[in-house]
Design a protein around this ligand. Structure first.
Ligand SMILES: [Zn+2]
Length: 283
């Protein structure tokens, strides 16, 4: 399933490919997609990501909003060919943007674009105070919380595993037992992991492809995801797999402790205060 880095990759590529271009036609190939307002003749005025949705702004103030869900992807085609799972097509003078989606859960809507950016997106505007007040005290595992779109936008199973490994925190820890320095460590790792994945055009474990049909490169840079039984590159311990909420979690029990050890706490606090001024200006 495409997560934040994959959707961000598509948005950047769409911005570079179709911004400023006129939509000459659209075509629906799947009757499950209904009530898509007519956008023929509209010009694209920028493409951006909101959480895991793609928003293509139109010059009349509306936006085409695409949610890829499970298997959706967008493909730029300059020829007249068509993938068998193409559900929707938007035609410009020099090519088509096709929605290819074998499981048919993706959605396309046209809306008035007045939605503000969400305050739980780590790559745009993240309200750390609000997170600490409303989400951090919950009695769920830290991994479950990271994957809850109401708490943090766009992080799925692969990136949640990698972020917690980077932060040295067990995925089984209960959120309410984590202190503020630990959360700051998690979010700084989250930004690092997500930025790296965006730079490498996403993670192609299964079917992810970018706008030009190419696989991403981030799958070669993973530390724990899919590495059950392999040696941890940091400590040499063995990476294990557990089940959490019906999903596989991969982690290193030696590097990712069940409890905070207190080691380095002073250092964390110094760093987090500096980070606080830099990243999360107090109100
Ligand atoms: Zn380790």
């Amino acid at each position: 399933m495409p997560e934040l880095p994959e959707v961000e990759t598509l948005c950047r590529q769409l911005q570079a490919t179709i911004d400023g271009k006129k939509i000459l036609a659209t075509k629906i190939f799947d009757h499950k997609l209904v009530n898509i307002a007519n956008v023929r003749g509209m010009r694209i005025c920028g493409v951006c990501r909101r959480g895991k949705t793609i928003r293509m702004r139109l010059h009349d103030g509306r936006s085409i909003v695409i949610h890829l869900r499970m298997t959706g992807r967008l493909l730029w085609r300059e020829d007249s060919g068509k993938d068998p799972h193409t559900r929707w097509r938007m035609t410009m003078a020099d090519g088509n943007v096709d929605l290819v989606d074998p499981r048919r859960f993706a959605t396309v809507t046209v809306v008035r674009d007045d939605e503000a950016p969400s305050s739980n997106d780590l790559m745009s505007r993240f309200d750390f105070r609000k997170f600490m007040q409303r989400q951090a005290p919950r009695r769920v595992s830290v991994k479950t919380l990271l994957m809850d779109p109401k708490a943090v936008a766009g992080i799925g199973n692969i990136y949640a595993c990698e972020i917690l490994y980077g932060a040295g925190i067990s995925p089984a820890r209960i959120s309410s037992t984590l202190g503020e320095p630990e959360w700051r460590k998690i979010f700084s790792q989250a930004r690092r992991v997500l930025k790296k994945a965006i730079a490498r055009r996403g993670t192609s474990i299964s079917d992810w492809r970018d706008l030009y049909g190419r696989a991403g490169k981030n799958q070669t840079g993973l530390s724990v995801y899919g590495k059950e039984g392999e040696a941890c590159s940091r400590c040499g311990g063995i990476i294990v797999r557990i089940r959490q909420g019906g999903r596989s979690t991969f982690y290193c029990p030696q590097c990712q402790k069940e409890q905070g050890t207190g080691h380095g706490r002073q250092e964390d606090e110094c760093r987090s205060q500096a980070g606080n001024r830099r990243l999360f200006a107090r109100r």
